[in-house]
Design a protein around this ligand. Structure first.
Ligand code: NAD
Length: 499
């Protein structure tokens, strides 16, 4: 399907691409240029119902399809993703604004989930114990749930949905994918390829929309499970409403990730790692290292090399392969929000070491650009310290000792990630053991989630019990059935002792 000409973008229901009959749409922009490139239809309860019913019908056959046949589709899908790798990266860049290297990372990590899902016959195996009592055996098998839903954010147009649907369909479920209304085009290409790989109609469906669409999915009686990735207030809402309506829910939320720097750290590598952690994807990452916690004399040693690297960042268009190293943010409204938070930080007493507001990109004056900013002497009472900024802003906080800094980090609501840069094994061990965060990095700025481990957010960064990816992902998309069986065999009953 030539997605350049799609205005508005289609839903995918029961194996058919259909432009929904709805007058309400949300514009989709190329953030690099500010041009409108598509419109997302905002679907409501009626279209949700049609989509869920299709998925429900498809479940009957797909759940009975042998796992080894299901993964043959995924093997073909993996090859199609590789063949179309650069084309997908270009779509991500165009509708999101991240640079090509970042877009390639987005799709590469997603492919790793497909590869992991290809081992589902092994991962879905159950357990058996003979002779739980004499002649009685007990076994546990994992069975799929039914119709599962994935509601996605804008910042990883490929990866966030791929945390969900490869695992959901490999385990025998059918799936409704609700992409972010801001980046619907990557979703279309990803699912076209899945259709090309031979996925039967109805097994995976796309429905576009916003709150009304999500609400209809959360209460639909045929929906069994909801996977959500997005901001924390919406994650909490989705979790609470979903469980009230009897769904299994995993809801990953926002973050405020701390990167501790000890005075003994290798400062050149630390500065490079922090630069990437804070400004990669223009800071629009739930694993962004958005606050550097500088212990003791670390500030004196880090700020100069860090500022040198950051001041070399080029900001510019990313959709033509020749552009800058840091792209635009998703919308003018988001750029304004980030600028307002920066302004607030200054008013509350922080020092703006590098100010990225008002950056000029002459070749694309209408793009949604913000340069990188570094704010020093941020204190925990400030709004910029408490709110997830989700833009190219790095806060610096200063502490005299590790103890006080751990204490502060452990009393913030979020718990996605935390990192430490040090050459001290004992300090790293202390940090790793005591820090209240689910993803920890040691001399690594972004402890990126990997397909074969759970993406283990804690506290206000995750609502639910079983995380996305890894074995927890398998458990989330299956339920256990335990069967106790007894066969009247030798020594029991009449069959063997007729005389
Ligand atoms: P968002 O919460 O605004 O939107 C996420 C999804 O929820 C979208 O599909 C949107 O249509 C829907 N939605 C928005 N408002 C809603 C409402 N009131 N009711 C029901 N549905 C609603 O998030 P976003 O701006 O698209 O993405 C950025 C956020 O996602 C950041 O907070 C980031 O940290 C977070 N995120 C978290 C992870 C993680 O794994 N923890 C990963 C990526 C992004």
């Amino acid at each position: 399907m030539p997605i350049d000409t799609l205005l508005p973008v289609p839903n995918f229901t029961g194996g058919e691409w259909m432009i929904p009959e709805t007058t309400e749409t949300t514009p989709v922009y190329n953030p690099s240029t500010g041009q409108k490139i598509a419109e997302t239809p905002m679907c409501g309860a009626e279209l949700v119902d049609a989509s869920v019913r299709n998925a429900h019908e498809a479940f009957a056959d797909w759940s009975e399809t042998p796992p080894v046949e299901r993964i043959r589709v995924l093997f073909r899908y993996k090859m199609l993703l590789e063949d179309n790798f650069e084309a997908i990266a270009a779509i991500i860049t165009r509708e999101h604004g991240k640079n090509l290297a970042e877009a390639r990372g987005d799709i590469r990590r997603g492919i790793e989930v497909v590869e992991y899902a290809c081992s589902i016959p092994e991962l879905m195996k159950g357990e058996i114990l003979e002779n739980v009592a004499r002649g009685i055996d007990c076994e546990m098998v994992k069975q799929p749930l039914g119709v599962c839903v994935g509601i996605c954010p804008y910042n990883f147009p490929a990866l966030a949905p791929m945390w969900m649907y490869p695992m959901a369909i490999a385990t025998g479920n059918t799936f409704i994918f609700k992409p972010s209304e801001k980046v619907p085009l990557t979703a279309i290409r990803l699912i076209e390829l899945l259709q090309q790989a031979g996925l039967p109609p109805g097994v995976l469906n796309i429905i576009h929309g916003g709150r009304e669409c999500v609400d209809a999915l959360l209460v639909h009686p045929l929906v069994r499970a909801i996977s959500f990735v997005g901001s924390s207030p919406v994650a909490k809402y989705v979790y609470e409403k979903g469980i009230q309506h009897g769904k299994r829910v995993q809801a990953a939320g926002g973050a405020k990730n701390y990167v501790f720097v000890l005075p003994d750290a290798d400062m050149a590598n630390t500065a490079g790692g922090l630069n990437d952690a804070a400004f990669g994807c223009a800071g629009q990452r739930c694993m962004a290292g958005s606050t550097a916690v500088l212990i003791g004399k670390a500030a004196d040693r880090l700020i100069k090399p860090l500022s040198d690297i950051v001041s070399r960042i080029q900001v510019g268009p990313t959709d033509r392969g020749t552009g800058g190293t840091m792209g635009a943010v998703i919308s003018p409204a988001h750029r304004d929000r980030v600028s307002r938070l920066l302004e607030g930080g200054v008013k509350e007493g922080a020092d703006l070491l590098i100010d990225g507001r008002g950056v000029v990109v002459p070749e694309e004056p209408n793009g949604f650009y913000l340069g990188p900013s570094i704010v020093d002497r941020v204190e925990s009472r400030m709004e910029i310290a408490r709110e997830e900024v989700f833009g190219p802003v790095l806060n610096l906080m200063r502490f005299d000792d590790l103890e006080a800094a751990i204490e502060l980090a452990n009393h913030t609501p979020f718990g996605n990630g935390a990192c430490i840069y040090t050459q001290s094994g004992s300090a790293a061990r202390e940090f790793k053991h005591r820090i209240k965060a689910g993803m920890v990095g040691i001399n690594v700025g972004v402890p990126a989630p990997l397909a074969y481990f759970p993406f283990s957010g804690w506290d206000y960064s995750f609502f639910g019990d079983l995380h996305l990816q890894g074995r927890e992902g398998v458990l989330f998309y299956t339920r256990h059935k335990v069967t106790t069986s007894r066969w009247f065999s030798y020594g029991e009953g009449d069959i063997w002792h007729k005389d």
